[in-house]
Design a protein around this ligand. Sequence first.
Ligand code: ZN
Length: 291
Amino acid sequence: MTPKIGLKVISTPKVGQYDIPGHPEHPLRVLRSLEHLKSLLPAHAFEEPMEAPLEKIQAVHSDGAIQVVRREGYFDPDTPGAPGVWGCSLLSAGAALKAASESLGGAKVFSLMRPPGHHATPEGGMGFCYFNSMAVAIQDAVRRELAQRVAVLDLDCHHGNGTEEFCLGKEEFLYVSLHQFPAYPGTGRQSRANCVNYPLPPGTEEGDYFPALEGALRRARDFKPDLVGVSMGFDTYEKDPLTQFGLKKKDYQRIGQWLGESGLPMFALLEGGYHDDLPFLIEEFLAGWTS
Ligand SMILES: [Zn+2]
């Protein structure tokens, strides 16, 4: 099964402009995935992102955090900065902005970019993430009155602490996450206010995953959002080197299908996913999402 026409993929080979040798979040993750999708989809399905305007980053992140990224400086051993990371971070956030606004026109839009974003807090980068592209996109959608209520569904295997911190207590947002617990970054054990967490133990497979996903989707629907942003991580895969979930390749098609059946305006951003099978997992997800 291959992804159907009607899907937009926002990506660019420029994601390869920064590389931290030996780091699991390497350029080939995205470059190989882009090449694979190009072999499956017509050329008009692909769009190039623009860099996010600085004021849209400032709507989420402190000046101190932005300055560290601008000088391509060090946050932590996972997020050490590198030449090119400023431009790539702006492009990744810019792709998220484009994905959110185009999805409100009825398209299913997938941003295939790096760095990922969901660990980045308003105060700084961490966990491979420099700017929180999801937060930038949903804040912009609300500020521009393109949407009044936005739900974020975070399906990366790690808890999106940065997105939760951004959304917490803001009534226009709902944050719902399914993730491994215990695992990095150690947050997401309990729900708090408008942030709903489904911590799942190491070893979780489809039999326990899909009932939790059903609950998460129900929570998102009950919020009556006019836009849903999906932080789509593929590190829930059984062979992922960083985590201990047991989802199989075919499960990503089912995840995509369930999301598509919700009928809500929806965009998805690539977060994690560190196994070389990533291009095929993305294909399964997109095939289900657009079926
Ligand atoms: Zn992750």
